[in-house]
Design a protein around this ligand. Structure first.
Ligand SMILES: Nc1ncnc2c1ncn2[C@@H]1O[C@H](COP(=O)(O)OP(=O)(O)O)[C@@H](O)[C@H]1O
Ligand SMILES: [Mg+2]
Length: 359
């Protein structure tokens, strides 16, 4: 298997492992998408599940292929690479021809294919590309076969591929580690103090974020979490940063409206951290962008942001209006905007220094 990630200490995820194994072994759908924010543990979870499947039954699959999708690869490149990994003859084939060769291979042999980091090919604005992705997913899942394709992605597949027909696709959205697992992780890293619970809450149990902040607390405060809190600072880990740079920087991933919504939420939440109700969001956006805001467009944009784990949605009871918030690290990323990807010229207003100073 190509560079399948390994982790010496693996925490939690019992339920996710059971669910994913069940989906792989028993689902009639041959493609499973594992989505979630950068660094939440998608790749590691998939690697762990494969390890367990092989422990249960070492010959469960004839082929297990781990393919890390690289930045800017086109679907043609991904498919050609798979053709060569599976050693198939396809010199002169067109894209559709190659996809059908792959499909044949999935019917003849039990394969487990991982496409890791599929968000890297996302070019939401290119309609032609999105149609090609549809061809790809339709092709590789056609007919009932015993092979399984696992796709990890920060962006839901429907935002990458144009999907006109219902695909045999399952999806699993990964959230942070549960508090017991996260606590165990922090303790093993040598952190102490009552603040650990708050730390887990602030970083939403995101293991790679907790890893980064724990390293810093150890280095600067000797593992004392309370001392770290005294400085009221938020640390952004490298993986989340890469994800946010991609979301804000790569053309066509976030629409102008989606960016404006994120900026509005960040600025409002920096004044008052109470989640923002829908009516306030709408009136605030109308004020920022003039009256050219359509409520249904805002709702669609909020749904897409939620699916990418970029915003948080809460509702106290089913009768109440929904409220929106941001994870503290995401809020900080937006307000600091270190690379200038957030507040570009399309923004209705620039952040004021006072907002930045508050961070
Ligand atoms: N269950 C876990 N136990 C321990 N560490 C984890 C776990 N999940 C993720 N991590 C840590 O977070 C990092 C990012 O995980 P990864 O699976 O690469 O995230 P993603 O693929 O979602 O971006 C890993 O390198 C590891 O250090
Ligand atoms: Mg990954």
């Amino acid at each position: 298997m190509e560079i399948c990630p390994k982790q010496r200490f693996f925490y939690g995820r019992k339920k996710e492992i059971i669910d994913l194994k069940k989906q792989i072994n028993f689902s009639k759908k041959s493609c499973i998408a594992i989505t979630g924010i950068g660094g939440i543990g998608k790749s590691l979870l998939v690697a762990k599940v494969i390890e367990e499947i092989l422990l249960d039954k070492s010959d469960a699959y004839e082929y297990i292929v781990w393919n890390t999708v690289t930045r800017y690869s086109s679907i043609d490149e991904v498919v050609s690479e798979l053709i060569s990994i599976f050693d198939l003859e396809a010199e002169e084939e067109t894209l559709l021809g190659k996809i059908s060769l792959l499909s044949k291979h999935f019917h003849l042999h039990r394969c487990l294919l991982v496409l890791d980091g599929f968000e890297k090919v996302a070019q939401v604005e290119s309609f032609k590309r999105r149609l090609e992705y549809e061809d790809f997913f339709v092709g590789i899942t056609k007919g009932r076969h015993k092979s399984c394709i696992l796709v990890t992605s920060q962006v839901p597949l429907k935002d990458i591929a144009y999907v006109t027909q219902s695909l045999p696709l399952e999806s699993l959205r990964l959230e942070g580690l549960d508090s017991n697992a996260a606590m165990q992780m922090l303790r093993d890293k040598g952190l102490f103090g009552d603040g650990c619970i708050q730390l887990i809450e602030n970083y939403r149990g995101n293991p790679s974020e907790l890893d980064t902040v724990a390293e810093r607390i150890n280095r600067i405060f000797g593992g004392n979490v309370q001392k770290f809190f005294d400085y009221e600072t938020t640390v952004i880990g490298p993986r989340l940063k890469v994800m946010l740079n991609m979301q804000f920087g790569q053309a066509g991933l976030l629409s102008d409206l989606q960016k404006e919504i994120m900026i509005f939420l960040a600025e409002e939440l920096s004044k008052d951290s109470t989640p923002i109700p829908f009516f306030k969001l709408i009136s605030g956006l109308k004020e920022r962008l003039g009256l050219k805001v359509s409520v249904s467009e805002v709702i669609t944009a909020m749904e897409a942001l939620d699916e990418r784990s970029l915003i948080e949605t809460s509702r106290k009871s089913s009768k109440q209006e929904v409220c929106y918030s941001l994870e503290p690290v995401v809020k900080k990323y937006i307000l600091v905007d270190a690379l200038g990807l957030v507040y570009d010229k399309t923004s209705a207003s620039q952040t004021s220094n006072t907002v930045q100073e508050r961070m």
